[in-house]
Ligand binder design. Structure first.
Ligand code: NI
Length: 484
């Protein structure tokens, strides 16, 4: 691989951040527990459902202390990336508004000079001087999940948004869209509030009555409308959600409860993707896989088709152990020098060799030597993934040289380019992984890193970022979708 290594300054943030998994993924072999009982009328406006009883839902907690402290409590549904990303977008919106209100720069997942601790016990305190966002479950019935994202500052609610997820149709609907635009003023009138009152907090009680929350500081005025009257104002989707709220059926996820690569909120926490090209090699790849397994690290392998065909067991093992296997062409030509039909055949034959190993077909391409160009971009059927930092591990086959190069260059959202065909590259991983982990990084595959980015075939992606400090000449930051 040839590219210019970029020396960069790692900006030291003044915050400490922690993410802790406080829930767990449901065992797919265990029947889902029928613990959700939304059939009972619920008097409290703060009615929420315990997510621990809902199959596939995972709770996470992020705490950042310092000048503008943040506490973020989120929920994710395994296998529902669109939903998980939408919940992150809502959370990021509240954080961005909070930071803008304090004239602070926009949120980015920073590292601290001393790294991040992982709060597995969930004991880190919430700092009430800052922003606290929480995601609560308000409906879990049939195909429907309802989520309320509430943000509070100094105990006062500053935003309150509800979204509904239909797991069968995989559609997400903001609460306000359950009411057609021409009915909104009539509904607020029926609730007894001003026509311009927000319907963002619209939920349904266990008897189907509609409820919105009107906040004044920490004081809440709950407003409800009986089910039959509310029904007249709703869209078809709104009526289905109202019916789900009043039903006693448990939520049953349509999607596989345990995807091979779970969602990681890389817009909120510091992620890094380790990538290994040019394998698999029976000499060096097994040792690397052993080490990654021991360290609990997921990586991305850009394999050559000829080696995937020769060593399908290694390709299968890579996927079985949670890594991504992607396309690095059949035999490593400079694609920019080939006619379109040969470019296409380099990609297709490699896809076929990977699929023949019995694993999912690749979704990403890395062009050898980082050499693509417009003609290649127009020919390929997948996004092109490059890197933000090149280890030059093929040239400097010494961990003492290439590991510091990566440690100097990587930033949150970065992609590290290495090669799993050199013993010295494998040898350097313990130091690289250990140091990155100490600094607070979470290791993800490239598909996990880019889960929130609307990628396009032929377009180039080199890191995840939105206003991140420049990540070198080879890096094209890929912004996370935001509402603002
Ligand atoms: Ni290569």
């Amino acid at each position: 691989m040839t590219t210019t290594a970029a020396g960069r300054i790692l900006l030291a943030a003044v915050f400490a951040g922690v993410i802790a998994a406080t829930g767990c993924t449901a065992d797919p072999l265990t029947p889902p527990p029928a613990v959700v009982q939304p059939g009972t009328p619920v008097p409290s406006a703060n009615f929420t459902i315990d997510p621990a009883g809902v199959p596939g839902l995972v709770e996470r907690r992020l705490v950042r202390s310092g000048t503008n402290p943040l506490t973020v409590e989120t929920l994710y549904l395994d296998g529902a990336t669109e939903l998980d990303q939408a919940l992150d977008t809502l959370t990021l919106g509240t954080i961005d508004r909070f930071l803008a209100g304090r004239s602070a720069s926009r949120y980015e997942p920073h590292l601290t000079p001393w790294g991040l601790a992982v709060d597995t016990a969930g004991t880190l305190p919430t700092d009430s001087n800052g922003l606290v966002t929480s995601t609560d479950l308000v409906i879990a019935s049939g195909d429907i999940l309802g989520f309320r994202v509430t943000a509070t500052e100094a105990g006062a609610v500053v935003s309150d948004e509800v979204v509904y997820w239909n797991d069968a149709t995989r559609t997400l609907t903001p609460a306000v869209d359950l009411v057609p635009e021409f009915e909104r003023a009539a509904l607020t009138a029926a609730l007894g509030v001003d026509a311009d009152t927000s319907l963002d907090s619209l939920t349904f009680d266990g008897d189907g009555s509609a409820r919105i929350r009107v906040m004044s500081g920490a004081d809440e005025t709950p407003l409800t409308l009986p089910a039959d009257r509310a029904r007249a104002f709703l869209t078809d989707a709104g009526r289905a959600i109202q019916a789900a709220a009043a039903s006693s059926s448990p939520f049953l996820p349509s999607t596989s409860a345990s995807p091979a690569q779970p969602y990681v909120p890389c817009a909120l926490i510091a992620c890094v993707a380790l990538t290994f090209d040019d394998g698999p090699s029976p000499e060096t790849t097994p040792g690397l896989l052993d080490l990654l397994k021991e360290e609990g690290v997921r990586a991305t392998f850009f394999v050559e088709g000829r080696w995937a065909q020769a060593y399908p067991d290694l390709v299968r093992r890579e996927v079985a152990e949670g890594h991504s296997v992607e396309n690095h062409t059949w035999d490593h030509p400079d694609l920019a020098t080939l006619p379109a039909n040969q470019v296409a055949s380099q990609i297709e034959s490699t896809d076929q060799a990977i699929a023949a190993a019995g694993v999912p077909a690749p979704t990403l391409i890395r062009a050898p030597y980082g050499s693509a160009g417009d003609a290649v971009a127009a020919t390929v059927d997948k996004p092109l993934v490059f890197w933000s930092v090149d280890a030059f591990d093929w040239r400097d086959q010494q961990p003492g040289v290439f590991v510091p190069r990566l440690l100097d260059g990587l930033e949150p959202g970065g992609i590290a380019l290495m090669h799993d065909i050199y013993p010295s590259t494998v040898e350097g991983q313990r130091l690289l992984i250990g140091t990155l982990r100490e600094r607070g990084y979470t290791f993800v595959t490239v598909p996990q890193l880019l889960a929130g980015v609307p990628t396009q075939a032929g377009a180039t992606y080199s890191c995840l970022g939105d206003g991140l400090a420049a990540t070198g000449p080879a890096c094209t930051p890929s912004p996370v979708t935001r509402t603002q």
